[in-house]
Design a binder for this molecule. Structure first.
Ligand code: HEC
Length: 265
């Protein structure tokens, strides 16, 4: 009888350990991939041990500033946030200073432009929404700060990647309206954004070849970071909680064993 209970207890401990392991390991959910037709990329920030790949984030920032920033703002980001991509303080000052911002009024009551500082928010390409519409065929290029979160239901970063590589020739027989482009990832397939990426449209400062896929992947990861910059910290805390609970479970089992051995003897 005693032997049987020990076997059961051991089995319980092993089962708890397996449950713990399964929580820690990233699991691919089949249910999610059935609802979304997008091809899933292997993002380094997925899973409980997930983290952003800083070299990819820096390339993504290069894609954003050199291509997307011509039309899209990111008003929830400050230049100082770029420190999280691994840039030094001096590099962030230099990157900010590549942009001009309107400031004022000064002592003479006048508005003036000056170089941007790390404490400034990312400059917007247009002074207001009306000007942005006029420049883009009457369609507003949305702010990209929270885009990955807004598109969570459509796949988040996977959607951004699919959109970047989704420009195709329109199928025969279908007529595109003036100013619209065929994109397989966009709802209704007709998007007002002209294809933003072409092979080698930028020179990555780390020498990586700028294929459309590479730029799409990097900018999608950059936008994922922008929409959820505290992801890594949250995952670290989550992992610590799980480890704590695991240790707590083992202590609780050991304690229970001791109490019961004493009660039986
Ligand atoms: C020439 C201007 C222009 C450039 C450059 C540009 N976009 Fe856009 N973008 C637009 C416009 C206009 C829309 C709105 C499209 C629509 O609603 O049909 C848009 C929409 C989007 C959307 C939302 C799509 C949706 O499903 O609602 C995303 C995401 C996006 N752009 C990402 C990017 C990224 C990333 C880059 C840089 C690689 C970029 N854009 C470069 C003009 C631009």
């Amino acid at each position: 009888m005693k032997k049987n209970t020990r076997v059961i207890k051991n089995a319980l401990i092993i089962a708890s350990c397996i449950v713990l392991l399964l929580t820690i390991l990233p699991i691919k959910s089949n249910a999610a991939s059935e609802t979304s037709p997008l091809e899933k990329q292997s993002w380094p920030f997925k899973g409980i041990l997930g983290h952003f790949d800083k070299t990819s984030l820096r390339r993504g920032y290069e894609v954003y500033t050199q291509v997307c920033a011509a039309c899209h703002g990111m008003r929830f980001l400050h230049y100082r946030d770029l420190r999280e991509l691994g840039y030094s303080k001096a590099q962030v000052v230099a990157l900010a200073a590549l942009n001009e911002v309107e400031d004022g009024p000064n002592d003479e009551g006048e508005y003036y432009s000056r170089l941007a500082l790390p404490s400034d928010i990312f400059i917007s390409p247009f002074p207001n929404d009306a000007a942005a519409r006029v420049a883009n065929n009457n369609v507003l290029p949305p702010d990209l700060s929270l885009m990955v979160a807004e598109k969570a239901a459509q796949g988040g970063a996977d959607f951004i990647y699919a959109l970047m590589i989704g420009y195709k020739e329109a199928p025969e027989g279908s007529e595109l309206k003036e100013g619209l482009y065929y994109n397989t990832a966009f709802k209704g397939q007709e998007i007002a954004m002209p294809p933003p990426l072409f092979e080698d449209i930028i020179d990555f400062s780390d020498g990586t070849e700028a294929s459309i896929q590479q730029m799409g992947f990097d900018v999608a990861q950059f936008l994922a970071w922008a929409a959820d910059p505290s992801l890594e910290q949250r995952k670290r805390i989550g992992l610590r909680v799980i480890i704590f609970l695991g240790i707590f479970l083992i202590i609780a089992i050991m304690y229970k064993r001791r109490v019961w051995t004493r009660a039986h003897s």
